[in-house]
Write a protein that binds this ligand. Structure first.
Ligand code: PMP
Length: 287
């Protein structure tokens, strides 16, 4: 049930990239990772905010000046069609990638291909675990250096350095500060804090990837009647918060137990409400 399509054609052989391919050599691509949740009630795979993901993919491609290889509507139809014809009754991960096709240079704009891969990936939403974070010694890439709001493959070098460093220090994840010393995000997820019935998350000018999950969580918080403040958050403000969690496609929603020495509440009932609402949303039951 692991299927791959290149430019609309099913791929039987995965060895299609030349060793001189510039996307391979330099990480020049943009992509989306999207979860699909199998709802037994509806007997259907609910794709999480598909249109929002595909909109971000096209924005990333435009920022990289890629000649977009497929119309948005056709891509959306293709994704839905692949699910309908090849994937059954499981949670899945869909990866859609735009990349430089041939053996040209890293500045190529025209010769772009698109790849769709789908494979089973069970949701971890019902396995409650927590995560420990450390402030990374690496700063988040800045919009003045490499725009962090473009979801490009090469951006993950920044995440890799930070995550491996955090793991060496004995933590499960890393929290980035921006070059302005503001709280930014984790290596593959956005952060939310909670205090006195209010939620806080770094604003979009905090050198973050503007997460599709982040945006959905903000809507859920508001729908539940709570305030969500988006602002630049200084590191020394974090000591005021009682609870915190990460959100993103891979991690879904995960409570933070500690950031270095600061311990957070992992039994906060308001956060539990947000998590419950998120669970019903992803299975198409609510909101
Ligand atoms: N920040 C970074 C750096 C990421 O790589 C991701 C994962 N795409 C996110 C945040 C979360 O974004 P999303 O909710 O769209 O997966």
């Amino acid at each position: 049930m692991n299927v791959t399509f290149l430019n609309g054609q099913k791929l039987e052989n995965r060895n299609i990239i030349s060793v001189f391919n510039p996307s391979f050599l330099y990480g020049i691509n943009c992509f989306e990772g999207i979860r699909g949740y199998y709802s037994s009630k509806k007997d259907e795979i609910m794709i999480f905010d598909l249109e929002e993901h595909i909109d971000r993919l096209y924005e990333s491609a435009a920022r990289l000046e890629f000649n977009i290889p497929v119309e948005k509507k056709r891509l959306l139809d293709e994704i839905k069609d692949i699910i309908k014809t090849t994937i059954f009754k499981v949670d899945i991960y869909i990866r859609v990638t735009f990349f430089l096709s041939g053996e040209s240079s890293w500045s190529e704009k025209e010769d772009i291909s698109y790849l769709i891969n789908m494979r089973p990936m069970p949701s971890q939403l019902f396995n409650e675990t927590h995560i420990s974070l450390t402030y990374s010694n690496f700063r988040r890439i800045s919009s003045k250096i490499i725009p962090p709001d473009v979801k490009a493959g090469a951006n993950y070098l920044n995440s890799r350095y930070a995550l491996l460093d955090a793991q060496k220090k004995g933590f499960q994840g890393a929290l980035f500060l921006s070059i302005e010393n503001m709280i930014s995000e984790s290596t593959g997820s956005c952060i939310f804090f909670f205090k006195d019935d209010k939620f806080y998350t770094p604003s979009t000018d905090s050198d973050i990837l503007i997460g599709i999950t982040r945006n959905r969580i903000i809507k859920i918080i508001i729908a539940l009647g709570y305030e969500c403040i988006q602002k630049k958050i200084a590191k020394n403000e974090v000591q005021n918060f009682d609870a915190a969690f990460l959100v993103g496609t891979m991690i879904e929603i995960k409570k933070i137990s500690i950031i270095e020495k600061q311990v957070f509440d992992i039994n906060n009932p308001v956060i539990n409400k947000v998590i419950d609402k998120f669970k019903s949303y992803v299975y198409g039951l609510d909101i």
